[in-house]
Design a protein around this ligand. Structure first.
Ligand SMILES: Cc1ncc(COP(=O)(O)O)c(C=O)c1O
Length: 288
Protein backbone atom coordinates (compact mmCIF):
# COMPACT_ATOMS: atom_id res chain seq x y z
CA UNK A 1 0.00 0.00 0.00
CA UNK A 2 2.64 2.53 1.00
CA UNK A 3 0.34 5.57 1.28
CA UNK A 4 -1.33 5.39 4.65
CA UNK A 5 -4.44 3.24 4.52
CA UNK A 6 -5.27 4.13 0.93
CA UNK A 7 -5.62 1.01 -1.15
CA UNK A 8 -3.62 0.43 -4.27
CA UNK A 9 -5.30 1.04 -7.59
CA UNK A 10 -4.99 -1.68 -10.20
CA UNK A 11 -6.12 -1.96 -13.80
CA UNK A 12 -8.10 -5.07 -14.63
CA UNK A 13 -9.73 -5.87 -17.95
CA UNK A 14 -10.23 -2.31 -19.09
CA UNK A 15 -10.67 -0.30 -15.94
CA UNK A 16 -8.96 1.05 -12.85
CA UNK A 17 -10.26 -0.14 -9.51
CA UNK A 18 -9.19 -0.53 -5.89
CA UNK A 19 -7.10 -3.65 -5.39
CA UNK A 20 -9.75 -5.33 -3.19
CA UNK A 21 -12.26 -5.17 -6.01
CA UNK A 22 -9.96 -6.71 -8.60
CA UNK A 23 -11.21 -10.28 -8.94
CA UNK A 24 -10.75 -12.96 -11.57
CA UNK A 25 -12.58 -16.26 -11.85
CA UNK A 26 -11.37 -19.15 -9.66
CA UNK A 27 -11.66 -21.23 -12.85
CA UNK A 28 -9.19 -19.00 -14.70
CA UNK A 29 -6.63 -21.27 -16.37
CA UNK A 30 -3.99 -18.90 -15.06
CA UNK A 31 -5.03 -20.01 -11.59
CA UNK A 32 -5.67 -23.69 -12.41
CA UNK A 33 -2.69 -24.37 -14.68
CA UNK A 34 -0.41 -21.34 -14.63
CA UNK A 35 -1.61 -20.71 -18.20
CA UNK A 36 -0.59 -17.11 -18.66
CA UNK A 37 2.19 -14.66 -19.26
CA UNK A 38 3.60 -11.66 -17.47
CA UNK A 39 5.94 -8.77 -17.97
CA UNK A 40 7.93 -6.83 -15.38
CA UNK A 41 8.80 -3.31 -16.40
CA UNK A 42 10.40 -0.29 -14.83
CA UNK A 43 9.25 3.32 -14.98
CA UNK A 44 11.75 6.13 -14.55
CA UNK A 45 10.30 9.56 -13.81
CA UNK A 46 6.92 8.36 -15.11
CA UNK A 47 8.33 6.98 -18.37
CA UNK A 48 8.36 3.26 -18.93
CA UNK A 49 11.60 2.01 -20.41
CA UNK A 50 11.21 -0.10 -23.56
CA UNK A 51 7.45 -0.46 -23.05
CA UNK A 52 6.90 -1.36 -26.68
CA UNK A 53 9.48 -4.20 -26.52
CA UNK A 54 7.77 -5.67 -23.44
CA UNK A 55 4.37 -5.41 -25.13
CA UNK A 56 5.79 -7.00 -28.23
CA UNK A 57 7.16 -9.96 -26.21
CA UNK A 58 3.77 -10.29 -24.51
CA UNK A 59 1.96 -10.25 -27.85
CA UNK A 60 4.29 -12.86 -29.36
CA UNK A 61 3.88 -15.12 -26.32
CA UNK A 62 0.11 -14.70 -26.34
CA UNK A 63 -0.04 -15.62 -30.02
CA UNK A 64 2.04 -18.74 -29.36
CA UNK A 65 -0.09 -19.85 -26.42
CA UNK A 66 -3.42 -18.87 -27.97
CA UNK A 67 -4.23 -16.31 -25.27
CA UNK A 68 -6.86 -14.00 -26.81
CA UNK A 69 -5.41 -10.72 -25.67
CA UNK A 70 -4.75 -7.51 -27.53
CA UNK A 71 -1.90 -5.27 -26.49
CA UNK A 72 -3.67 -2.30 -27.99
CA UNK A 73 -4.35 0.24 -25.27
CA UNK A 74 -2.06 -1.46 -22.76
CA UNK A 75 0.35 1.48 -22.93
CA UNK A 76 -2.51 3.72 -21.80
CA UNK A 77 -3.44 1.18 -19.11
CA UNK A 78 0.10 1.32 -17.75
CA UNK A 79 0.06 5.14 -17.76
CA UNK A 80 -3.30 5.17 -15.97
CA UNK A 81 -2.07 2.72 -13.35
CA UNK A 82 1.01 4.82 -12.65
CA UNK A 83 -1.07 8.00 -12.42
CA UNK A 84 -3.77 6.30 -10.35
CA UNK A 85 -1.16 5.41 -7.73
CA UNK A 86 0.77 8.69 -7.96
CA UNK A 87 3.91 6.83 -9.05
CA UNK A 88 6.81 7.90 -11.19
CA UNK A 89 9.69 5.56 -10.27
CA UNK A 90 8.04 2.20 -10.20
CA UNK A 91 7.99 -1.45 -11.04
CA UNK A 92 5.07 -2.48 -13.18
CA UNK A 93 3.66 -5.90 -13.78
CA UNK A 94 1.38 -6.72 -16.68
CA UNK A 95 -0.13 -10.17 -16.67
CA UNK A 96 -2.38 -11.91 -19.11
CA UNK A 97 -4.03 -15.21 -18.31
CA UNK A 98 -6.09 -17.48 -20.50
CA UNK A 99 -9.28 -16.90 -18.54
CA UNK A 100 -11.92 -19.33 -17.25
CA UNK A 101 -12.58 -22.64 -18.97
CA UNK A 102 -13.96 -26.15 -18.44
CA UNK A 103 -12.66 -28.37 -15.62
CA UNK A 104 -11.46 -30.94 -18.11
CA UNK A 105 -8.54 -29.00 -19.54
CA UNK A 106 -9.34 -27.45 -22.90
CA UNK A 107 -7.46 -24.22 -23.53
CA UNK A 108 -9.23 -23.76 -26.85
CA UNK A 109 -12.53 -23.37 -24.97
CA UNK A 110 -11.27 -20.30 -23.08
CA UNK A 111 -12.59 -17.12 -24.63
CA UNK A 112 -12.05 -14.34 -22.11
CA UNK A 113 -8.45 -13.60 -21.21
CA UNK A 114 -7.78 -11.53 -18.11
CA UNK A 115 -5.33 -8.68 -18.22
CA UNK A 116 -4.04 -7.11 -15.04
CA UNK A 117 -1.69 -4.16 -14.54
CA UNK A 118 -0.07 -3.54 -11.16
CA UNK A 119 2.41 -0.85 -10.16
CA UNK A 120 4.30 -0.07 -7.01
CA UNK A 121 7.15 2.18 -5.96
CA UNK A 122 10.57 0.78 -6.75
CA UNK A 123 13.87 1.75 -5.19
CA UNK A 124 16.87 0.27 -7.03
CA UNK A 125 19.76 -1.42 -5.22
CA UNK A 126 22.24 0.98 -3.60
CA UNK A 127 25.60 1.88 -5.14
CA UNK A 128 27.22 -0.26 -2.43
CA UNK A 129 25.09 -3.23 -3.52
CA UNK A 130 26.21 -2.73 -7.14
CA UNK A 131 29.86 -2.50 -6.04
CA UNK A 132 29.57 -5.77 -4.13
CA UNK A 133 27.57 -7.53 -6.83
CA UNK A 134 25.58 -10.73 -6.45
CA UNK A 135 26.80 -13.91 -4.84
CA UNK A 136 25.03 -16.83 -6.45
CA UNK A 137 24.92 -20.59 -6.60
CA UNK A 138 24.35 -23.03 -9.40
CA UNK A 139 20.86 -24.42 -8.88
CA UNK A 140 19.99 -28.09 -8.93
CA UNK A 141 17.00 -27.08 -11.11
CA UNK A 142 17.63 -27.06 -14.84
CA UNK A 143 16.08 -25.22 -17.75
CA UNK A 144 14.95 -27.34 -20.64
CA UNK A 145 16.18 -25.73 -23.83
CA UNK A 146 13.45 -27.67 -25.66
CA UNK A 147 10.63 -26.28 -23.55
CA UNK A 148 8.62 -23.47 -25.14
CA UNK A 149 8.35 -22.07 -21.61
CA UNK A 150 12.03 -21.19 -21.45
CA UNK A 151 11.50 -18.65 -24.24
CA UNK A 152 8.38 -17.14 -22.70
CA UNK A 153 7.84 -15.04 -19.64
CA UNK A 154 5.32 -17.57 -18.50
CA UNK A 155 3.10 -17.28 -15.45
CA UNK A 156 4.11 -20.89 -14.89
CA UNK A 157 7.01 -19.52 -12.85
CA UNK A 158 7.47 -22.23 -10.24
CA UNK A 159 10.93 -23.34 -11.34
CA UNK A 160 12.29 -19.81 -11.15
CA UNK A 161 10.69 -19.22 -7.78
CA UNK A 162 12.05 -22.50 -6.40
CA UNK A 163 15.52 -21.73 -7.73
CA UNK A 164 15.38 -18.26 -6.22
CA UNK A 165 14.18 -19.66 -2.93
CA UNK A 166 17.07 -22.15 -2.91
CA UNK A 167 19.41 -19.17 -3.17
CA UNK A 168 17.63 -17.24 -0.42
CA UNK A 169 17.79 -20.21 1.95
CA UNK A 170 21.54 -20.44 1.28
CA UNK A 171 21.88 -16.71 2.06
CA UNK A 172 22.64 -15.90 -1.58
CA UNK A 173 21.26 -13.38 -4.05
CA UNK A 174 20.38 -15.53 -7.06
CA UNK A 175 20.57 -18.99 -8.60
CA UNK A 176 22.05 -19.82 -11.97
CA UNK A 177 20.29 -22.42 -14.06
CA UNK A 178 22.04 -24.76 -16.44
CA UNK A 179 20.17 -26.46 -19.24
CA UNK A 180 19.73 -30.21 -19.70
CA UNK A 181 23.18 -30.41 -21.32
CA UNK A 182 24.90 -28.64 -18.44
CA UNK A 183 25.40 -25.41 -20.39
CA UNK A 184 24.70 -22.07 -18.78
CA UNK A 185 21.15 -20.88 -19.53
CA UNK A 186 20.34 -17.91 -17.30
CA UNK A 187 19.59 -17.01 -13.70
CA UNK A 188 16.20 -17.49 -12.01
CA UNK A 189 14.97 -13.99 -12.91
CA UNK A 190 17.77 -12.60 -15.06
CA UNK A 191 20.03 -13.21 -18.02
CA UNK A 192 23.77 -13.67 -17.69
CA UNK A 193 26.78 -12.20 -19.52
CA UNK A 194 30.35 -13.46 -19.23
CA UNK A 195 33.59 -11.72 -20.19
CA UNK A 196 36.41 -14.15 -20.79
CA UNK A 197 39.61 -13.71 -22.81
CA UNK A 198 38.42 -10.17 -23.49
CA UNK A 199 35.29 -11.45 -25.23
CA UNK A 200 31.77 -10.87 -24.05
CA UNK A 201 29.20 -13.64 -24.45
CA UNK A 202 25.70 -14.47 -23.31
CA UNK A 203 23.90 -17.81 -23.57
CA UNK A 204 21.84 -18.00 -26.74
CA UNK A 205 18.06 -18.25 -26.52
CA UNK A 206 18.55 -21.79 -27.85
CA UNK A 207 20.43 -22.55 -24.62
CA UNK A 208 17.18 -22.06 -22.71
CA UNK A 209 17.50 -18.35 -21.90
CA UNK A 210 14.56 -15.98 -21.90
CA UNK A 211 15.02 -13.34 -24.61
CA UNK A 212 15.31 -10.61 -21.98
CA UNK A 213 14.63 -7.01 -22.92
CA UNK A 214 17.60 -5.79 -20.85
CA UNK A 215 19.76 -8.46 -22.51
CA UNK A 216 18.62 -7.09 -25.87
CA UNK A 217 19.51 -3.51 -24.85
CA UNK A 218 22.97 -4.58 -23.64
CA UNK A 219 23.61 -6.41 -26.94
CA UNK A 220 22.57 -3.24 -28.75
CA UNK A 221 24.83 -1.01 -26.62
CA UNK A 222 27.88 -3.23 -27.11
CA UNK A 223 27.34 -3.58 -30.86
CA UNK A 224 26.72 0.15 -31.22
CA UNK A 225 30.20 0.69 -29.78
CA UNK A 226 31.55 -1.54 -32.52
CA UNK A 227 32.50 -4.19 -29.96
CA UNK A 228 31.72 -7.87 -30.31
CA UNK A 229 29.35 -9.89 -28.17
CA UNK A 230 28.39 -13.45 -28.94
CA UNK A 231 25.06 -15.18 -28.30
CA UNK A 232 26.20 -18.77 -28.04
CA UNK A 233 26.49 -21.86 -25.87
CA UNK A 234 28.40 -20.92 -22.72
CA UNK A 235 30.08 -23.56 -20.52
CA UNK A 236 29.86 -23.15 -16.76
CA UNK A 237 33.64 -23.48 -16.66
CA UNK A 238 33.93 -20.27 -18.72
CA UNK A 239 32.13 -18.43 -15.97
CA UNK A 240 34.63 -19.66 -13.39
CA UNK A 241 37.47 -18.52 -15.67
CA UNK A 242 35.81 -15.18 -16.47
CA UNK A 243 37.35 -11.82 -15.67
CA UNK A 244 33.86 -10.33 -15.24
CA UNK A 245 30.24 -11.42 -15.33
CA UNK A 246 26.93 -9.69 -14.79
CA UNK A 247 23.21 -10.37 -14.66
CA UNK A 248 20.51 -8.34 -16.37
CA UNK A 249 16.85 -7.70 -15.84
CA UNK A 250 14.47 -4.77 -16.17
CA UNK A 251 14.53 -3.95 -12.46
CA UNK A 252 18.20 -4.23 -11.42
CA UNK A 253 19.49 -3.33 -14.93
CA UNK A 254 23.08 -4.69 -14.85
CA UNK A 255 24.17 -6.39 -11.63
CA UNK A 256 27.77 -7.60 -11.28
CA UNK A 257 28.07 -11.32 -10.66
CA UNK A 258 31.01 -11.53 -8.28
CA UNK A 259 30.82 -14.96 -6.67
CA UNK A 260 29.53 -18.34 -7.83
CA UNK A 261 29.38 -21.35 -5.50
CA UNK A 262 31.75 -19.56 -3.13
CA UNK A 263 34.35 -18.91 -5.85
CA UNK A 264 35.15 -15.31 -6.82
CA UNK A 265 34.55 -14.28 -10.43
CA UNK A 266 37.50 -12.24 -11.67
CA UNK A 267 38.64 -10.12 -8.74
CA UNK A 268 35.40 -10.80 -6.87
CA UNK A 269 34.22 -7.24 -7.38
CA UNK A 270 32.41 -5.19 -10.02
CA UNK A 271 34.41 -5.20 -13.23
CA UNK A 272 35.29 -2.19 -15.38
CA UNK A 273 33.29 -3.30 -18.44
CA UNK A 274 30.22 -4.05 -16.32
CA UNK A 275 30.43 -0.59 -14.77
CA UNK A 276 30.89 1.09 -18.14
CA UNK A 277 27.99 -0.77 -19.74
CA UNK A 278 25.77 -0.01 -16.78
CA UNK A 279 26.56 3.70 -17.12
CA UNK A 280 25.75 3.50 -20.84
CA UNK A 281 22.47 1.75 -20.02
CA UNK A 282 21.52 4.49 -17.56
CA UNK A 283 22.39 7.14 -20.12
CA UNK A 284 20.10 5.45 -22.62
CA UNK A 285 17.30 5.34 -20.02
CA UNK A 286 17.75 9.07 -19.40
CA UNK A 287 17.67 9.83 -23.10
CA UNK A 288 14.53 7.82 -23.79
C1 LIG B 1 13.71 -16.21 -16.24
C2 LIG B 1 14.09 -14.81 -16.58
N1 LIG B 1 15.14 -14.57 -17.39
C3 LIG B 1 15.49 -13.31 -17.73
C4 LIG B 1 14.81 -12.21 -17.24
C5 LIG B 1 15.21 -10.81 -17.67
O1 LIG B 1 14.26 -10.27 -18.55
P1 LIG B 1 14.07 -8.70 -18.79
O2 LIG B 1 15.41 -8.15 -19.12
O3 LIG B 1 13.13 -8.64 -19.92
O4 LIG B 1 13.52 -8.13 -17.52
C6 LIG B 1 13.70 -12.41 -16.43
C7 LIG B 1 12.96 -11.27 -15.92
O5 LIG B 1 12.27 -11.31 -14.94
C8 LIG B 1 13.32 -13.74 -16.08
O6 LIG B 1 12.27 -13.98 -15.30
Amino acid sequence: MGRGMASRTVWLNGRLMPEEQAKVSALDYGCLYGYGLFETLRAYGGRVFRLERHLDRLARGAALLGIPVSIQGLDAAVAQTLRGNGLSDARIRISASLGPGPTTPDPSACREASVLVLAEAYAPPSETAYQRGYHVQVSSIRRSSHSPLSRLKSANFMESLLARQEARVAGLDESLLLNERGLLAEASVSNVFVLSDGRLATPSVESGALPGITREVVLELVRREGAVVAERHVQLEELFQATEAFLTNSLVELMPLTEVDGRPIGLGMRGALTQRLHAAYRKLVEAS
